[in-house]
Design a protein around this ligand. Structure first.
Ligand SMILES: *[C@@H]1O[C@H](CO)[C@@H](O)[C@H](O)[C@H]1NC(C)=O
Ligand SMILES: *[C@@H]1O[C@H](CO)[C@@H](O)[C@H](O)[C@H]1NC(C)=O
Ligand SMILES: *[C@@H]1O[C@H](CO)[C@@H](O)[C@H](O)[C@H]1NC(C)=O
Length: 393
């Protein structure tokens, strides 16, 4: 499947002229997307053409405009914008197996997790008008997060840890940076397989990229979930044996753009990934339903997913349930899967019980008591367990 992708993409890339034919474009503009561009980058064009895939193994990508991407989103469709990374997944990757969790230090680190921190961080993170990835406030939100990470590191890391940590903003062809925190043993080499925890920084209002989008659930929740796991690892003076990275992606809502850029750069230099987990929507516990954690089964690695389940059994206070999304690339783990790396994805609940306020002005912390910092804490526990269990051998 992956290989048959090449010829058709090349064919498409060389027939860029076809882009001017509106008949090629499945979503007609019906004027629902706001043209207001007061808060956007000067370079952002609603009518710019992008090459888009509606599934990771879609062999016939489609040219469409930024406006049509928003319309697709409003219709509940999901996609990858592959304009900048059309060949992701060209090389074969090493596949890992996962021994059962056996760490003796996870429990000690879990005691450092705090709901007060996640709440304070999310209150600030949702105070930006939007975190749209090509907007000024989207850029400012990433800069705040970067400063927050440096602050935690400076304040909480031991001298020994500080020697192992690097924090890097990753620049893209749009305003908002992605951020990578790396904790790697001093003797680590570039070829050591990396353990990756991801979430996305950006938010979106699908009625128009200038409009308000607090993005509390999507994906402020995942962002503060893994930030809190990082804080707990600092407090617990955790020293990994394998390189461990926290990725905060820009541009997920534009079609998994930041994560594709990173996965593509890792593939380019031949990096190996031991396992990737994506936290996207971790706070919603729908009233009247059993509190549980959904383990998603599409676009993930089966072995790593079974390992995730063992972690829930061992370290969490709530049960797991397997579930799957309707078709379509849902979040940044799909970029890693498409690249051929092993990834996994826990979700706040069964898909049908997830937060329905996303992609608009109502995606706020205070929209309902169903937005729960207790529930989110379970995901921070899972993040700590994943990080330690996979990076301590
Ligand atoms: C680095 O050192 C640790 C502990 O001394 C050891 O377990 C690990 O195998 C070493 N890794 C490399 C790549 O040499
Ligand atoms: C642009 O952002 C400002 C706040 O930064 C906000 O007050 C204004 O309403 C925004 N414009 C639109 C069209 O939403
Ligand atoms: C846990 O399992 C790993 C992988 O098999 C092994 O390298 C490590 O020594 C084990 N750790 C403990 C504490 O038993």
């Amino acid at each position: 499947m992956r290989f048959s992708f090449f010829p058709s993409t090349i064919a498409l890339a060389s027939s860029v002229v076809a882009q001017s034919n509106p008949g090629q474009i499945p979503f007609s503009s019906n004027g629902v997307v706001s043209d207001d561009r007061s808060n956007l980058s000067e370079d952002f064009e609603l009518d710019a053409l992008r090459l888009v895939q509606f599934s990771a193994d879609d062999i016939e990508p489609t040219w469409m405009t930024e406006r049509q991407k928003l319309e697709a989103k409003a219709q509940g469709m999901h996609f990858m914008d592959i304009t900048d990374t059309p060949f992701l997944g060209w090389s074969k990757k090493k596949q890992f197996s996962y021994p059962a969790p056996n760490s003796t230090i996870v429990d000690g680190v879990l005691s450092g997790l705090s709901k007060t921190e996640t709440r304070a961080n999310l209150e600030h993170f949702t105070s930006y008008h939007t975190r749209y990835y090509d907007s000024e406030t989207g850029k400012a939100s990433s800069e705040w997060l970067y400063a927050k990470i440096l602050g935690y590191t400076d304040e909480l890391a031991s001298e020994e840890q500080k020697q192992l940590i690097s924090v890097k903003p990753i620049k893209h062809p749009w305003k908002q940076n992605s951020i990578v925190i790396r904790l790697a043993p001093l003797n680590a080499s570039d070829s050591d397989p990396i353990v990756i925890l991801g979430a996305h920084i950006d938010s979106i209002n699908h009625d128009g990229p200038s409009l308000a989008a607090p993005g509390a659930g999507d994906d402020g929740s995942g962002t503060v979930t893994i930030l809190e796991a990082y804080r707990a690892l600092l407090l617990g003076n955790y020293l990994p044996v394998s390189p461990l990275e926290f990725h905060f992606y820009a541009g997920e809502e534009g079609g998994l753009r930041g994560s594709q850029a990173l996965a593509s750069s890792y593939e380019e230099v031949g990096k190996e990934v031991k396992g990737m987990v994506q936290f996207d929507m971790t706070a919603w516990h729908e009233a009247g339903t059993r509190e549980e954690i959904a383990i998603m089964t599409n676009d993930v690695d089966a072995a790593l997913t079974e390992f995730l389940i063992l972690l829930v059994d061992r370290y969490l206070d709530i049960p797991w349930v397997k579930d799957h999304y309707p078709p379509g690339p849902r979040s940044d783990h799909v970029s890693w899967t498409k690249a051929g790396y092993q990834s996994s994805h826990p979700l706040e609940g069964r898909f049908k019980h997830t937060n329905s306020h996303i992609h608009g002005v109502e995606d706020r912390i205070d929209i309902s008591p169903e937005f729960s910092f207790d529930h989110m804490l379970q995901f921070s526990k899972l993040a700590v367990a994943f990080a330690i269990e996979l990076s301590s051998y």
